[in-house]
Design a protein around this ligand. Sequence first.
Ligand code: IMO
Ligand code: MG
Length: 429
Amino acid sequence: MSTLVVLGTQWGDEGKGKVVDYLAEQADYIVRYQGGNNAGHTLIYENKPFALHLVPSGILFPKKYCLIGNGVVVDPKALKEEIAFLNKKKISVRGRFFISEQAHIILPYHKLIDGILEEGNVKIGTTKKGIGPCYSDKVKRIGIRVVDYLEKNVFLDLLDKNLIEKTPILENGGINIEKLKKEILKDHKELSKFIKPFVADTSLMIEGAIKKNKKVLFESAQGTLLDLDFGTYPYVTSSNPTAGGACPGAGLGPTEINNVLGVVKAYTTRVGEGPFAVELFDKMGDFLREKGGEYGATTGRPRRCGWFDAVVVRHSVRVSGIKHLILTKLDCMEDIKTIKICVAYKYKGRIYKDFPSSRTVQKYAKPVYEEMLGFKGKIKGVTSFKKLPLNAQKYVKRLEQLVGAPIDLISLGRKREETVEVTKNAKWF
Ligand code: IMO
Ligand code: MG
């Protein structure tokens, strides 16, 4: 048996898409277990970058099975568009792409409510894809699952109940309920037919794969600091991207998970609102944004940038039991004179080595920095760890020490080849 969870250790956008694509070569099944099309996983295909939002990143390999677990929220319209886009690229998904019948469906009112809430007094800076409102319905026990969407009478009944429940907020936002219902019914006719051939009991499929000794990779969306429990609440997404989330999100027990791999960016970014101790408002922030192309793959928003935050990554390693790390975007730190690493936070004279839960401390704490000499010259294109400038090697080793997990690989670009081994022949499966 061989299963691996791959997750983001910061605020998302760590480069999970490339890493999963890299590892998918060794896997038989790639499974998404939470989130929805708020994710944006950028991959290189035929030398051009393109972003996947819902379909697992392993889809580019023709023979891999790609599953959407029950913990994911699925916008059938967005899914149809993504599959059409893949088909246009001659990537066929038939017979190897499946959606859990228990996954919850995002409907147009979820997106509308997401937008209305963002205009209100608790702006989170969401992707406005309807993610939070859909998960809210799941928790309120009024959600519509894929299996419900396919049973017409069940769907119509649930739709009416949901529209009644949501009328006040929608009407307040100037939405015409009758018109909205018509649109949903029209979509339903077309989209239920479209998704039907992809629907399966994916938990059973995973059990079967594990029994046959297949390699199963669980791909998270977002990152630990956007986790509903362990992130910067309330400025988080509405699911659990941490490794434990793979169990309820895909339908297997914790004893079936063999290994956990974290993806970590050589510096830190976040999109949306919320605390971000290491944020840089100066030229260095702009440098990282431009050099790293730090603009959202889903919304195009410029990402907030800062130095590496070891408090955050240590927290991630701990709450997900991460045993291995892959470091991305080290190439984007070429030519910086002095590099800073945040090793602790300071608030009202107290030093915090562990990530604090208090909103006040998260918001007002100042980073305690350690400085290192930067590395000069081109490191993009370097093919072995030993050939990296000495200061770059030292930086990587210092990060490992601070966060408490080994960095096995370093990514120096988007292409699969632009990857350097630190641990020789590291095995994760
Ligand atoms: P990947 O998979 C970065 C952020 C949003 C917002 C918060 C809540 O590319 O790492 P939501 O729409 O999920 O309710 O928004 O979470 N967010 C992401 N940030 N990368 C993502 O995905 C994200 N998905 C959601 O910006 O702050
Ligand atoms: Mg993203």
